[in-house]
Design a binder for this molecule. Structure first.
Ligand code: ADP
Ligand code: MG
Length: 704
């Protein structure tokens, strides 16, 4: 359905010259591909923005060239001087000159035939690179470019510099970027002409050209007009898509869902605790929404351990009291199973029938589950995103809860809101991450928020310590003693940034090491294990058969094992503070005194130290998020993966939130005057939505 004129941009990158399977693999690493996209496409190259330019415009004579600067010189090749045979350290030199002086081109470990081909004696060449003085002579080591006079136009006089990944050459990427740029078609303008003029922004195509083929170094610097234009395009696409989804969500008549409290009472009686005031207040807000004839979309925000699950269960029970069904979706299989396990005894007490559906339920079991769901013999269905597969049909779904929502990407969220639950089901979204307003806007447009501000009584504070990895062995010895006394330990392995070593390898290594020192009872949990193995490991840890659980960050959200009282996080300096807080929230849930040790690698930067010290002194997730904002500035509040900006490809930086507000208002105005995007500008805006892959929003128009 995507307009044909955009097809060249959505072709796979390997249609470009010089982009073979090997380069594709490298591009996958270098480009930030959106969730769900596995192969780099032409458009992904266009969203991969240069971080600066190399200015090769200085074209001095040899005599006038300034040592230490980048220059482009026109020289004649005089002679080649190969290094003495057997001396691999000496460079291969090529002397050249112009009317004003001599310039030596220097190649270390050069492939002789290559140099000879590039620089034939007696011919003229343009060479571009850093000029240096070496004793009396002027030289250029490994020129970046060597071209003959008739290929002079190939020399990028202002060369954009792109973020690379190991093995990917800047030249190959540049060549691919140039080709990508040529594929960008002129498109009808979707921005308001007056607004464009006021901002001094170029057209979309022109903006891309000025960024990827700059004629002015300023075009590539942060906050340049072409960059702002693209950033605003992206934000407008995002806000427009959200507004469209939200409108269609609201337009669906909700149904008032009212319970009589009889089942909730039984659950309350079965709980070993009383609800906190916060929980009660949130529940009242949720139930008021459910009881109203509008379709509900509400966020329940509460720090780790604040008890969101039980609020969700009570609200789901309300739906069941009203004679309907409810669903609870978790981001991972482990969490879905855990929810099912915690909810099962309470559900039993109230006579609720629950079902569990993840990617793993297959064949007969799955069929049977689905038929019971369809006939209404299941009251509450718990699962992963498998819940939203097409053949999952509810008898009468009135209420859907989505847990730990920040784990899902923007497009998944759009999908959930459009098809999620279907039939006008009320939705409650739960998150432990304090979400700043800007982030809420980028994720949802507008929505109501309930907050759990107090923790259940009797929670013991968690002692947090910082420890240099130099003292690792001491720590392990102490943990060995703790384990002997019955303590259980989470050991989280570092997030690896370089792609040389995988998270998994690091976790495996630590697992082997701890097993060696401590002996039996050390388990390993990581993302690429299959579901059965994951469950078995989690279950063994929950039952106390495993004493130490070495894990990659798969345990980050939601997991609840009250007896676990020690959390060790390796390379804590690499995590976002919100993520550390989430991880730490896995302990301090039982009666044991709890500890969280943040292992770090010396030397720490001042900011890194301040951040870790914040973790030591603070235990309030909201304050931690604010501190993180202060220390790291803008985009990284929640750790790259969770931050709102991180989900954008172009938008970000200093005026992010102002731009976002403008785009928010713009989107509302557009939809108010052209709700079906039928006008000329509306048609142009549809292309914008496709460009930024908000197809989900467009599908709504087709349905309508
Ligand atoms: P989160 O908000 O992080 O999802 P959970 O719902 O997993 O937190 O709850 C954390 C723990 O607190 C669970 O063991 C739960 O049974 C317990 N809990 C929830 N509410 C209360 C309460 N009001 N009093 C005591 N414990 C509670
Ligand atoms: Mg939870």
């Amino acid at each position: 359905m995507r307009p044909n004129e955009l097809s060249p941009l959505f072709a796979l990158a390997d249609v470009l010259k010089g982009v073979g399977p090997h380069v594709v693999t490298l591009l996958k690493k270098a480009l930030k591909l959106p969730p769900g996209v596995t192969q780099p496409r032409v458009i992904d190259l266009l969203w991969h923005l240069p971080t600066g330019v190399i200015d090769r415009r200085a074209e001095p004579t040899v005599a006038a060239a300034i040592p230490g600067t980048i220059a482009t010189l026109k020289v004649r090749v005089l002679k080649h001087k190969a290094p003495p045979r057997g001396n691999t350290k000496a460079p291969y030199k090529v002397s050249t000159e112009d009317e004003t002086g001599r310039l030596d081109l220097v190649f270390f470990r050069a492939e002789r035939s290559f140099v000879e081909r590039q620089l034939p004696v007696g011919e003229e060449r343009y060479v571009s690179g850093r000029v240096e003085r070496y004793g009396e002579t002027l030289q250029m080591a490994h020129p970046d470019y060597i071209v003959s006079p008739d290929h002079r136009a190939d020399l990028p006089l202002l060369e954009p510099v792109y973020p690379l990944t190991g093995g990917l050459s800047g030249k190959i990427l540049l060549k691919a970027e140039r080709q990508a740029l040529h594929r960008a078609p002129p498109l009808p303008e979707w921005q308001e002409p007056a607004w464009l003029k006021q901002q001094g922004w170029p057209s979309f195509q022109e903006a891309l050209r000025r960024i990827h083929h700059p004629e002015d170094a300023g075009d590539v610097s942060a906050g340049s007009t072409p960059l702002q234009r693209l950033a605003y395009d992206e934000l407008l696409a995002n806000q427009l898509a959200l507004a469209i989804v939200r409108e269609s969500f609201k337009a669906q008549r909700g149904r008032p869902v009212k319970g009589d409290g009889r089942l909730r009472e039984r659950i309350a009686a079965a709980l070993p605790f009383k609800l906190t005031n916060s929980q009660r207040a949130a529940l009242a807000e949720i139930e008021a929404d459910m009881g109203a004839p509008r379709r509900m979309l509400r966020l329940l925000q509460g720090d780790v351990g604040s008890g969101k699950t039980v609020v969700a269960l009570m609200a789901m029970t309300t739906a069941v009291e009203a004679g309907a069904q409810a669903a609870l979706m978790a981001p991972t299989e482990v969490l879905a199973r855990q929810h099912a396990e915690t909810i099962a005894p309470l559900a039993d007490a109230a006579g609720l029938r629950i079902g569990l559906l993840t990617g793993r339920e297959k064949g007969r079991n799955r069929d049977e589950l689905l038929s019971r769901l369809a006939s209404g013999e299941i009251d509450i269905l718990i699962g992963t995103h498998a819940l939203f597969q097409d053949d999952v049909v509810f008898h009468d779904l009135a209420f859907a809860v989505i847990d730990e929502q920040h784990r899902f990407g923007v497009h998944q969220r759009l999908a959930l809101q459009t098809k999620g639950g279907g039939g006008g089901a009320n939705m409650l979204v739960m998150t432990a991450t304090p979400i700043p307003r800007t982030l809420l806007m980028t994720h949802y447009g507008d929505l109501e928020v309930s907050k759990l501000t107090e923790k259940p009584a009797g929670r013991k504070p968690i002692k947090t310590l910082m420890l240099s990895t130099d003292r690792l062995e001491k720590l392990i010895a102490r943990i060995k003693a703790n384990v002997a006394e019955g303590a259980q330990v989470y050991w989280v392995c570092p997030l690896i940034e370089s792609s040389d070593v995988s998270d998994l390898a690091a976790a495996e290594e630590r697992h082997a090491h701890l097993t060696q020192v401590i002996g039996e009872g050390v388990g390993l949990l990581h993302g690429s294990m299959n579901a059965t193995a994951k469950d078995a490991t989690m279950a063994a840890f929950a039952d106390g058969n495993l004493k130490i659980l070495v894990a990659t960050t798969v345990i980050e959200v939601g997991v609840n094992v009250p007896n676990a009282s020690i959390m060790v996080i390796e390379h804590a300096e690499r995590f976002g503070l919100a993520q550390l807080h989430q991880l730490r929230g896995r302990v301090g849930r039982g009666s044991r005194e709890s500890f969280c040790t943040l292992l770090y690698q010396d030397p720490l930067t001042k900011t890194a130290r301040d951040r870790l010290e914040t973790m030591v002194s603070e235990d309030d997730g909201f304050i931690i998020a604010e501190k993180d904002l202060e220390l790291r500035g803008g985009g990284e509040v929640l750790g790259a993966r969770q931050s709102g900006e991180a989900e954008f490809r172009v938008a970000g930086g200093a005026n992010f939130s102002d731009m976002l507000s403008a785009a928010h208002d713009d989107a509302r105005m557009i939809l108010a005057s052209d709700p079906d995007l039928k006008t000329e500008r509306g048609e142009a805006l549809r292309r914008l939505l496709y460009l930024f892959e908000c197809d989900e929003a467009i599908r709504l128009f087709r349905a309508a």
